[in-house]
Write a protein that binds this ligand. Sequence first.
Ligand code: A3P
Length: 276
Amino acid sequence: MKYVYYVLHYILKRLNAFIEKLKLWAYRKRYFSFHNPRPDDIIVATYAKSGTTLTQMILYQLTSDGNMNFDHFTSVSPYVEMALQNYVKLDKLPSPRFMKTHWSYENYPSSLEGKIIHVVRNGVDVAVSQHYHYASVFGDANFQATFRNRFIGMQKNWFSHVKGWYENKKGYDILYLRYEEMVADLEGHVRKIAEFCNIPIIEENMPRILERCSFKFMKEHQEKLSPYPIRKISDFVRKGEVNKGLSYFTKQDKEDYMRLYDEHLSPIGFDHYKIE
Ligand code: A3P
């Protein structure tokens, strides 16, 4: 019997080593598939749940007739880190490619060219949105668990993610946007994005662009926009509320939020989303 356990253990060990090699290969392949950067690439770089899809939609509407005849938005505007899993061939996309990434600044491959749009949102609302996201994907039904394990608990938490992009130590060409300002003045931000990306605006298209980037339109089409199958715990285009998340926070949550805020963001003068 001892011998059987020994053999089983050996087989599992070998299998594990093989799977690790396979994972490494896939990881490299994923990066490799992006390795033909183009000078007109546009990357929407965000911490998730910060208005990424809205920004991608603005770019899509600006650069196309805005039809929704694709199977999934990923095929139009891929998620770089997931391109391999999603079977998206980045090299086949027409220019300008606009893609999203949730990479931290430190992990962002410096070999990439092009322009970066960074969108930031009130961390309090991000934490709530993230909770509903994970409730839908993994069934994490408890706000506290998501907040503790993911929002503040991950090695790259929201605070250090935002900090890295704001410091921009490598000097990338970045347009900084804030979600709250974007939803308050959608047209102004469509124009800002177009100007930054050198995309000419066809004025007669503006009503269509605004209509299709609206919360209502995107909610109606969320099945095609969501990066994961929507289980009806929560919508992907959910509420889009601004500065409303604090009611989810306990006193301890607020203290932990501000402790990390003061550690990472206060020293660089990024004061937009402090809890009073
Ligand atoms: P909520 O969960 O707070 O509703 P991301 O695309 O980065 O994952 O961001 C998702 C958040 O953006 C969700 O926030 C979603 O509802 C909101 N959102 C999506 N489309 C939007 C739109 N057209 N206008 C305003 N907010 C939008």
